[in-house]
Design a protein. Sequence first.
Length: 300
Amino acid sequence: MKKHSYLGVSDEGFHNIAYTEWGSSELELPTVICVHGYLRNSRDFDALAYHLSMNGRHVFCPDVAGRGDSSWFAQPHHYNFTQYVSDMTSMIARTHAQQIDWIGTSMGGLIGMMLAALPNSPIKRLVLNDIGPQVPLFGLKRIAKYADTRREFKSVTEAKEYFKLNYAQFGPLTEKQWDTFTANSIEQRADNLYVGRVDPGVKTPKSTTQVISEFFHHPHKALEGILYDIDLWPIWQKVRCPVLVIHGAQSDLLTTQIIKKMQRIHENTHVYTVEDAGHAPALLNTIDHELIEAWLNSDL
């Protein structure tokens, strides 16, 4: 694994987007970009990226602005999908690849969906980890509940217990996996307290309504301050590449009804269900890695 960064641009000026790179840059290998969820960071993909890189792929895992090692914005309203799509377009260019495969968890999947729907998109295959073009309001409210919780931890152990409680839907992780998950999620401040590796402006703009409205919702509804389901069906109708949907069977953000509608609209949509996970499967186990690798290698 190597760590790099590149420059993105917003109304605030330039900012750094950090990313990890896995695999050889000397060979023309199939390229994969993995993008994390709303409050997460690129290190969630370490295990998957390692597996794919050891099996002949060149993998890039960026930290979306405000997360991980990437720059923070001074104004929370700059945390929006228009900005994320712009920054991830630069990530694609950074790979120098003509075609890429995209693996996105939750928010990362929505960004990938938007990019895949554009004309002449370089995304040849799209993996959506427990996300679709419609996200129910009750799932958004659950995310907003813990997104509005600004936490400080006195110890790594305290942080680990918090993550085990709030991310239980990731599935049954081993203690070692929870240790790694925790270490990748926090950093120690000068006052010796531990905090999440995410800008508080991402988690707690002016209100829960603003978190949801600005981050997920249609702009007209956002102006009205109304909470409602994400509805990206018009975008989904424009996706042409093969899609693998990874579904946490206990998910409150991706239902079987939504998946069936996705398949009716886009016939080349395949589904892999993780029975013991909700939103979203952690993708830390070898069986998941091998399934994703096999699908990327398959003839569709």
